[in-house]
Design a protein around this ligand. Sequence first.
Ligand code: WT7
Length: 648
Amino acid sequence: MGEKSDTSEKDVTDFRPPEDFARNAIVNDPEIYSRTEKDPQGFWEENAENLHWHRKWDSVLEWEPPHARWFTGGKLNACYNCLDVNLQKRADKTAIIWEGERGDIRKYTYKELLEEVCRFANVLKGMGVGKGDIVTIYLPMIPEVIISMLACARIGAPHSVVFAAFSGESLATRIGDANSRILITCDGYSRRGKIVEQKNKVDDGIRSCGLVEKVIVVRHIENDVSMKDGRDVWWHEVMKGSDSSCEPEIMSSEDMLFLMYTSGTTGKPKGIVHTTGGYMVATHTTTRFVFDLKDEDIYWCTADCGWITGHSYLVYGPLANGATIVTYEGAPDHPEKDRYWDLIERHKVTILYTAPTAIRTFMKWGPSWPQMHDISTLRLIGSVGEPINPGAWLWYHENIGQGRCPIVDTWWQTETGMIMISPLPGITTTKPGCATLPMPGIKAAVLDEKGNEVEPGKDGYLAIMEPWPSMVRTVFGNEERFIETYWSKWDNRTYFAGDGAKMDEDGYFWIIGRVDDVIKVSGHRIGSAEFESILVSHPSVAEAGVVGKEDELRGEVIYCYVTLRSGIKESEELKKELRMYAEKNIGPFARPRHIIFSDDLPKTRSGKIMRRVLKAIANEKDPGDVSTLQDPAVVESLKERTKMLESS
Ligand code: WT7
């Protein structure tokens, strides 16, 4: 059972890796840390040997801060490394177990998956897609999303996967920014039994953006949709007769593998650029180390391919390791609140990787749901996306980990591409709520405003001190923003993560959360500025300040402080309308919890809205010094209005 160490008072809540787990773990010698610290490049080079290279690299790292180039001169193909390399030993091994919300199951062996991917790669090629052409994928969690990603990788076309729940408008913005001519989508999908009209969202969204030349539509639910002549084609029709072999495009290590849009502190989402060699080495290595992934494991990452976790730890990392992955299309409470545990029991899942917001939801639903099922196949469980509070960690450990499975709380970001801070399950003594230690090969620190390391126990900013293979290479089409956002806080060789953190006496990292204006709603990143610019585009809105309010279940929820244009009356209907407007423009996951009308917002004398003050008000905390505000009196009136919400 979970071996609680009892060496000293302060350690009573620490958990040592169970002995039998440690004995069989892929990494079980703590010496790995000291060894790699001395030679991080040697460590990455050693792990790069595990991939298939069509040409070996000349140098491991070329570092011209803040630009890193990894494995330069090396040639490889990411799809080849996920599929072809597994043909010899695992051709008939199951690569994907997919389950739809309605209960339909599809499985692909490695051989079958390769054939499907090649077929689709040939379809894309037939449409004139080639190396460097960015393909946008707007699909729910169905096998075609993975097939599309890998097909793109095979022909050297970077993919940009847009989360299916985003609105058509958000989709169009991303297509425009990426200059993408080809879009892959579906007729619709089922969410909690309700149909989402995906194709309609596409038609509305891209109407005004003339870029898209071809839309490939997966028929997923036999939904009636309109197909635009000359532009829209059915997936199953273009796949008919397509050749099932396709030579992989030989890519340079630093060629772009994909773009992933994420919210930042300005109104426009950033296209995070990841390249091929470093990314594949990083995800391949960390998947093995952190999840202790072995050939016989059944690995389930609940993330959606619309986010980075779905890229690194559902698709590229696990498949490059020849794993059997499970992926589920739907909601955790459909048809009942035991769906996840039912899935684990039926598919005999051994590793589960999910998010704190889900864990807190399960906690709210109570332990009787997992207790209905035999989930004893689980041997390791993980968490990602936001800080996990100790209470949820302990619940997860007890009720899902059965007091026996190590928990890996993994800190990383879209920009880091790989897990950066996490326990190694065979070595690390874990503490509930703590992401513990930087991975071998990673150097992290907690710094103050000036870039000095802060003392243990004190809050500071999380920084990464040395380059790593899967680091963001640039912001697509916006190099200044890349430098400004990540490499300007201190010097141009120290990466600013945007998170607050502290280190304890044992050198463990505790992540506190974002220090910039990025809100984390159920682990999804939403930028305050992006949200505000949508609200002010509504004809009734003059100004808006959008902040996160702490929430037990979702981590944070969205509070919108809004001043209306003169002559517009406050009303409940208008609140509802603004809520729907935000939802329509971003997506349902960004629905504001509250719209708070106000005659004025806290502003500096130069007229800049002070989100810091709004955030304090929303969270009923002391806003600190407000004497520099244009009108300090607004603070009191906003406090009052916020209080009224809580009591209503
Ligand atoms: C932000 C990055 C990494 C994949 C999913 C999210 C927060 C992520 C943790 C964790 C505390 C975490 C941070 C980070 N975050 N994992 N284990 N503990 N915070 O990727 O959307 O790029 O968000 O998520 O605030 O900066 P993302």
